[in-house]
Design a binder for this molecule. Structure first.
Ligand code: AMP
Ligand code: ZN
Length: 469
């Protein structure tokens, strides 16, 4: 597999530390609000990555945190604790907010066919791990205590910026813990490992520590959880591009100083979903959720299809017009698949050939739009019988997860046509075969019989569909 590695800024051959065993870590959501469809773009593409790795025979273990403490928002609103902001907004406790939005996120993932990683850990469950790491960092001289907080000393590292120097604007967008305001820092990029002298007197969640009662910084949670559950060698770490700095830069600083060697081999960053007014973000207040799309008549899998049409390293522009196009393409695709018969013997050679092409597309830095093109190629290949097409669609959907084999009442028009879907599919297939054998009399008879039942067949370069006459 070839993957773009944000650290080297090159497409590289993917070689895990240990044979085909892959340890994969994903930065989870901050559960102070619903996930917006931008966040979910990242999770959809990370899900495709995990499934592609499995499809390519890697043995993947994936862990994800749930950020329920320590994530401050320095971007636009003076560095308040995001969980507290959520709790205040909804007149609930921080724990209630965390539970509610974790469940909402889980339900969004289910609707979007995003596999829930086998290890999902709320940040508040690993406090001992952070304390252990911070203590070691202090012992090794990478940390210092100042103004009551524990900080990481970035001046101790010769190569702190791992994803390239960030330009000033990017740094400001990424900064989440009010760099400028904090007088305790010795260097501009230093960051908090443990807050004891909280800026927020009403901080809800606090724990005892060797440095006083307090709570962990945001970055240490991902270092702690990945170390605890995946060990000291990580193969691949994922997140949206805004996570590169400071979050992932700081994760590397902490973990490598703690373990004493290189930690993560590959960094997979998903570009943003944007609208005409810029990046979609929770802190802007107005954002689109999966439920909102549903209320407007879009199914979550139509949104997944929309995401898969583009490469993960390109920004993706969202508008309802573009989503409408994806919706109608998805509907047609499902219709074509539901019209397939399951007849004939599996054409093993052709099956293998298509699987190889599909694998090549995935192995080419996760080229999902090419993978979809191959799916279309299968559907319009006149040499393939129904059985083989069926088998290939089912196989590809292990990665695409577009519910392609599910008979969807809403998207199937066969019901309205007053004919059983299998019967229609058989007739379409028989007609295609007849045409191929130049038996036009039979082909025309099938078409005319259907017409007399109020069903018109429409031929296009992509195959045949049935509509009301
Ligand atoms: P958060 O809940 O803010 O911690 O973000 C969850 C994930 O969504 C992170 O990996 C972010 O990098 C990612 N993310 C945030 N905004 C966007 C966006 N507009 N498009 C794609 N991914 C995003
Ligand atoms: Zn993280």
């Amino acid at each position: 597999m070839k993957l773009y590695n944000s650290e080297s800024r090159r497409v590289e051959e993917f070689v895990p530390y240990n044979g085909n065993v892959v340890k994969m870590y994903t930065c989870g959501p901050t559960v102070y609000h619903f996930a917006h469809i931008g966040n979910l773009r990242s999770y959809i593409m990370e899900d495709v990555l995990e499934k592609a790795l499995r499809y390519l025979d890697y043995d993947v273990t994936r862990a994800m945190n749930i950020t329920d403490v320590g994530h401050l928002s320095g971007d636009s609103d003076d560095g308040e604790d995001k969980m507290l902001m959520g709790a205040k907004r909804e007149h609930k406790s921080v724990l209630e907010i965390a539970e509610m939005y974790t469940n909402a996120f889980k339900s969004d993932c289910e609707k979007l066919n995003i596999k829930w990683p086998e290890i999902v850990i709320p940040a508040t469950k690993c406090i001992d791990e952070y304390i252990k790491i911070i203590s070691t960092l202090l012992e090794k001289g990478y940390g210092y205590i100042s103004h009551g907080n524990v900080y990481f000393d970035t001046s101790k590292l010769s190569n702190y910026h791992r994803f390239g120097e960030q330009n000033k604007d990017d740094m400001m967008v990424g900064v989440r813990d009010s760099v400028e305001e904090d007088e305790g820092k010795r260097n501009k990029n230093d960051f908090v490992l443990w807050f004891t002298k909280s800026k927020f007197e009403n901080q809800a969640l606090k724990w005892d520590s060797p440095w006083g009662v307090g709570y962990p910084g945001w970055h240490i949670e991902c270092s702690g959880i990945s170390y605890k559950y995946l060990g000291e060698y990580l193969d691949i770490h994922c997140g949206g591009v805004d996570n590169k700095f400071p979050h992932h830069t700081n994760e590397i600083a902490q973990t490598e100083s703690f373990v004493g060697h290189k930690w993560c081999k590959y960094w997979f960053h998903v570009e943003h979903l944007i609208t005409n007014s810029g990046k979609m973000s929770k802190s802007k207040g107005e954002f689109l959720t999966v439920s909102l799309l549903e209320s407007k008549g879009y199914s979550p899998l139509e949104y997944r299809f929309f995401c898969l049409q583009s490469h993960y390293r390109k920004q993706l522009l969202f508008s309802y017009d573009i989503l409408d196009n994806a919706k109608s393409a998805y509907k047609k695709l499902k219709q074509k698949i539901s019209n397939l018969t399951n007849e004939g013997d599996l054409q093993k050679e052709s099956f293998d050939k298509y699987v190889t092409t599909f694998k090549d597309a995935l192995a080419n830095d996760l080229n999902t739009s090419l993978a979809l093109t191959i799916l279309y190629d299968v559907l319009k290949d006149g040499e393939l019988n129904g059985k083989t097409k069926h088998a290939l669609v089912g196989d590809f959907d292990k990665v695409l997860s577009l519910g392609l084999m599910q008979k969807d009442e809403k998207t199937s028009e066969n019901e309205d046509l007053g004919i059983d879907a299998d019967e229609l599919a058989t007739l379409i297939e028989k007609r295609a075969q007849a045409k191929k054998n130049r038996d036009f009399a039979t082909a025309d008879k099938i078409r005319d019989d259907l017409l007399s039942r109020g069903i018109r067949l429409v031929d296009s370069k992509d195959g045949t569909t049935a509509v009301k006459a």
